[in-house]
Design a protein around this ligand. Sequence first.
Ligand SMILES: *Cc1c(COP(=O)(O)O)cnc(C)c1O
Length: 390
Amino acid sequence: MTSHIMPTYARQAVTFERGEGAWLWDSNDNRYLDALAGIAVCNLGHAHPAIHHAISQQSQKLIHTSNLYGVQLQEELADKLCRLSGMESVFFCNSGAEANEAAIKIARKYGHQQGIDRPVIVTMEKSFHGRTMGSLSATGNSKVKQGFAPLLEGFVHVPYNDMATLESTVSSDTNVVAILVEPIQGEGGVNIPDSHYLNQVRELCDKKGLLMMVDEIQTGIGRTGKFLAYQHNGILPDVCTLAKALGNGVPIGACMARGKAAEILSPGAHGSTFGGNPLACSAALAVIDTLCASDLIADAESKGQTICAGIARQTAGNPHIVSIRHKGLMIGIELDTPCGELVAKALQKNLLINVTADNTIRLLPPLTISDEQIALLTDTLSALIQEQTP
Ligand SMILES: *Cc1c(COP(=O)(O)O)cnc(C)c1O
């Protein structure tokens, strides 16, 4: 049968029908362990009763009105997000790329307010910020940009975790208005910067009057062991973008801002038809309430440690393992050789994983993963790594 889906994805030959927590079942009722959670989306696992309850209740009342009117659940969600993040105002949209588009527009307007006609945003090499033309232009990965020229002007890329180059770049270009950075690069290979990197970026932005914009789309909502990854550094950015796990699978994105950045977009300057509708907000509110009423965020670090220690123990002495690194439940296992075929091999063993940057196995399991599931994950994956690199 020929598919009528536009072939933008090289899909694995499996179709899932239902899930529960970190388990998924395919159309033949085979069970799989999901160590990817829809790429850091289903942080509460599949078919979580609180999400099910929230969206089924809300769908009986009201799914959508318009941002031309007040939206009570949006108010409540913005309230909770600001209380948890230290930010002051929120623009709601439907995806990560859109959240970053809002951030890019805030930065550009911020520049124009200061008489900078051609504002420049510094972003990082190997970064990923989305697929729309603006977020793609911000992205520091030439592979995903291939064939889409002309890209937007106004972006300069510098190496990640390299303060010297970042400082010299913002000092030599007076058009720079903002720095956009991921706390940990996800698509770029689970790259964890030096522990004070974000503090140094913050200081540099303060010194130069630049907006510090943090893309927490993959790292946010508890993934790294704090609600937001920048909270490990005790700093506040000026702009922070969210999406992925915010709705546990119900599409919702957010661009949060603080201080001068919070007042830049005025009526008519930006918008979204669907953004922050009652259904999406009800899901996000259930996500936040569930996380806050549990130890899931606090436990992410020890669960990540258990997974990494288990894999390290079971692959000890394997010279092809370059590094096993993690922050909370954002985990990368870097091999010295491309290992993309491990995804299909793991699937044959009923395990869902991902490989990014060609040679790094990426694990983003639900925060709800149990001890038994962790043991199954480490046993299965360690055996696959040992087979892959004998
Ligand atoms: C996934 C991701 C995006 C893009 O999000 P979409 O919802 O796919 O548009 C942007 N930035 C980061 C860091 C991401 O991981």
